[in-house]
Design a protein around this ligand. Structure first.
Ligand SMILES: Cc1cc2nc3c(=O)[nH]c(=O)nc-3n(C[C@H](O)[C@H](O)[C@H](O)COP(=O)(O)OP(=O)(O)OC[C@H]3O[C@@H](n4cnc5c(N)ncnc54)[C@H](O)[C@@H]3O)c2cc1C
Length: 382
């Protein structure tokens, strides 16, 4: 893998930075302090993403026929790095760009694609992901929300939990059990309109942001059969495709390494630059960020070549979570006062985001298990 950026890549990054500088308002820190799922940030994303789309910067890597620019997968990653490091002005719409849109383009019916993909490419679609349930998180195959066929509809009953962005989402990428068995084969995907009668959304208060996570209850919710994505038995392979994209979707190492640089600058200002213990710890944190970056780049490289991504996604995911935690631990140890008080500094923002790294999009322990089996070839434990 050649890891040098081309002059074209540098120019693209400069264009994205110039766009952010021009479009983020002076009160952006205030808007973004409550996280990507807050009402403020979601509303902002509905102004910001259409402008991004108009500039050809929302979905450059998508095919031309679906509003993209047929650009290399690398541009998608450069964009993701800059957006995440800037506080994610796309709000929850990053999910459409990273995996919901590509999944629909690949597996959706003509009707589904025409209905949903152009809205996403235009930057006007808020979706949520209805996977986890109170008794089905890591072990997703245990999900119990049920979809029963009734003529040309399914009737859905059950509940989801930890659903990001559900408070303002117009649609849900919803998993429910349509078949009779209790296994993966019985699961189906429903592209569900969140305004359908019988859906109730309750916000869960959390440390990581206002309005970010929710419980969603489904009582006799009628979803047309035409809104089932793929066949009933096909859902698990579609989900695996989606998750491979989602796992390396957020380039957390970029914000982590920028925050680490700011921490080191602050320590220099405080006259601590020559502390050897601090230097060793700062060096370890920088190395962790770069290791995470390179492991993610390896998956992008495979994607750019059209190759399937396997356990590399888990390796990258674990390294990204490690880097996030090492940087926040470094800050807590050497700059503890910077995390106190009410100022929402970049250090605090990073700490809040790092809290959930290693839980959302699959717990670290699950990825370590996948690495053991799929990368190291170890047998499955009991
Ligand atoms: C901020 C945030 C946003 C989220 N957003 C969404 C969303 O939008 N949509 C959605 O569907 N879900 C979402 N989730 C849920 C997330 O996917 C789950 O929290 C995650 O899959 C873990 O599931 P769980 O919480 O049920 O924990 P559990 O699966 O109960 O795990 C608890 C602990 O046990 C460990 N464990 C479990 N099984 C094993 C095993 N086989 N081997 C070793 N250790 C194991 C886990 O690693 C973990 O430490 C979100 C979570 C967070 C924190």
């Amino acid at each position: 893998m050649d890891i040098d950026w081309t002059s074209e890549d540098h120019a693209f990054r400069a264009r994205v930075r110039a766009f952010l500088k021009a479009e983020l308002p002076s009160n952006w820190d205030e808007i973004s302090r409550h996280g990507p799922g807050s009402r403020e940030q979601t509303e902002f994303s509905l102004e910001f993403c259409p402008k991004l789309a108009e500039a050809g910067l929302l979905v450059p890597h998508w095919p031309l026929e679906w509003g993209g620019g047929d650009r290399p997968a690398w541009e998608h990653f450069i964009l993701g790095e800059e957006m995440w490091a800037a506080g994610e002005p796309r709000g929850g719409q990053y999910m459409n760009v990273n995996w919901i849109g590509p999944t629909l383009m690949r597996f959706g019916s003509e009707e589904q694609k025409a209905l949903f993909v152009p809205q996403m490419a235009a930057g006007r679609a808020i979706w949520c992901q209805g996977f986890s349930e109170p008794d089905a998180g890591s072990d997703l195959a245990r999900l119990r929300t049920r979809a029963v066929r009734d003529g040309d509809h399914y009737v859905i009953n059950g509940s989801k939990i930890w659903t990001s962005y559900a408070g303002m989402a117009k649609h849900c990428f919803l998993l429910a059990r349509a078949g009779t068995g209790d296994d993966k084969a019985g699961i189906a995907i429903f592209l569900t309109d969140m305004s359908t009668k019988g859906i109730e959304v309750r916000s869960i208060p959390s440390l990581i942001g206002h309005g970010d996570i929710h419980e969603v209850f489904f009582t006799d919710v009628r979803v047309p059969v035409s809104m089932r994505l793929g066949d009933e038995g096909e859902a698990w392979s579609i989900i695996n495709y989606s998750l491979a994209n989602e796992r390396v979707g957020i380039p957390r190492y970029e914000f982590a390494s920028r925050v680490l640089d700011q921490m080191v600058d602050e320590l220099r200002r405080r006259g601590m630059a020559e502390d050897p213990v601090m230097q060793v710890r700062a060096g370890s944190a920088a190395a962790a960020c770069e290791a995470a970056r390179l492991l993610v780049y390896r998956t992008v490289d495979k994607r750019a070549r059209g190759e399937a991504i396997g356990a590399e996604a888990s390796l990258a995911r674990v390294a990204v979570a490690e880097a996030d935690h090492i940087v926040t631990d470094f800050g807590m140890e050497f700059l503890p006062d910077a995390f106190c008080g009410t100022d929402h500094t970049a250090f605090v923002a990073h700490h809040e985001r790092a809290i959930v790294t290693g839980i959302a999009a699959g717990a670290t322990e699950i990825h370590l298990g996948l690495i053991a089996r799929r990368w190291l070839g170890l047998p499955k434990g009991d």
